[in-house]
Design a protein around this ligand. Structure first.
Ligand code: RIB
Length: 339
């Protein structure tokens, strides 16, 4: 644990993931036979908290667990990963669960039943406002009530605490919410939703740069577009950069976006530049897809550094020390498609 550093605080969901591996993801009305079933601790909030803890940075979580057997197990898992749970309390009723199907190349689809996560209310956040006021940065997602996210953004804004919003799963946001957000981190599907106000599912014809510009006009200070196997696109205060992906053999992409957000926050809190932090996040996400499960896949700092070193050996660096294997900006190629 680092001393003298303000902890990162994650306000978000805690789920038990029920994961089935299958030959392919079924279409509507289709039944497929699964190969293997596993249960893993998950939830976008808890995953981001574990990502941070595994990288060795102090992290506190504000969230709710159910009063069922899953709740007890999820608490033990989070504690053993090193997450401070002083903001996590039990709520009567079931814990959050996620039904996940993972196909052979790691692609997935997820249905979340929120359970206790609906009890992460604005009033509950107020009970733990002290934790938020003392944060170096606050991370949240959209698996808790939207009015809570709005309330949290107001608290962070009032106390000058930078907030990162991972808009997953995508849903309509209250007006002005994004003006209180420092970092907005959609993936391609989510970016399409916010660029077109929910009208389109893909960004065909729009470059990542045009997408980022459109999102910046809605208020956040910085955009990080998560482009899966094609890397990421960073846009903020005079910086625009495409970050090339690191090639790995993906076996399960579940929570790669959570690894990315956690690592980006850690990079910034450790004093890395925005570019270096984004690169660190790309490497953490790449490492996470090489292991199964959500929280069990989160890398430790040495693993991320090693992945970056290996990527540098194969790609070279530009004048800013960023890895540049590509000089022109890629086009979107549809949901999660690799070029
Ligand atoms: O981002 C991955 C997570 O989404 C899973 O762990 C699942 O619980 C859902 O919240």
């Amino acid at each position: 644990m680092l001393t003298g550093q303000k902890p990162i605080v994650v306000v978000g969901s805690i789920n038990l993931d029920l994961v089935t591996k299958a030959e392919h993801i079924p279409v509507v009305g289709e039944t497929v036979l699964g190969d293997e079933f596993q249960m893993h601790p998950g939830g976008k909030g808890a995953n981001q908290a574990v990502a941070i803890a595994r990288l060795g940075y102090p992290v506190r979580m504000i969230g709710r667990l159910g009063s069922d057997l899953f709740g007890g197990q999820l608490r033990v898992d989070l504690q053993s990963s090193g997450v401070d749970l002083s903001g996590v309390e039990e709520a009567d009723g079931p814990s959050g669960v996620a039904a996940i199907i993972v196909a052979p190349h790691g692609e997935n689809c997820i249905v979340v039943t929120p359970g206790a996560n609906v009890h992460v209310s604005p009033e509950y956040v107020d009970l733990h406002a002290e934790i938020i006021r003392n944060a170096g940065m606050v991370l949240t997602q959209l698996e808790i009530p939207i009015e809570t996210v709005r309330h949290l953004a107001e608290i962070c804004h009032r106390h000058g605490v930078p907030m990162m919003l991972d808009p997953a799963p995508a849903q309509k946001l209250p007006p002005d919410l994004l003006t209180h957000i420092q970092w907005f981190t959609p993936n391609e599907t989510e970016a399409a939703f916010y660029v077109s106000s929910g009208l389109h599912e893909t960004l065909d014809g729009l470059t990542p740069s045009a997408t980022a510009h459109s999102l910046l006009t809605q208020g956040p200070r910085g955009i990080l577009l998560k482009m899966g196997a094609r890397g990421a696109y960073l846009a903020t205060d005079g910086i625009e950069e495409y970050l090339n992906a690191i090639a790995v053999e993906a076996i399960d992409t579940t929570a790669a976006g959570d690894a990315f957000n956690g690592a980006f926050a850690v990079g910034l809190q450790l004093g890395k530049t925005v570019r270096e932090s984004a690169r660190f996040a790309v490497a953490a996400a790449a490492h996470s897809v090489t292991r199964p499960g959500a929280q069990p896949s989160m890398p430790v700092i040495r693993e991320v550094e090693k992945m970056l070193e290996n990527a540098l050996l194969t790609s070279g660096t530009d004048a800013h020390g960023a890895i540049t294997a590509r000089s022109t900006e890629p086009q979107w190629k549809g949901k999660g498609v690799v070029d």
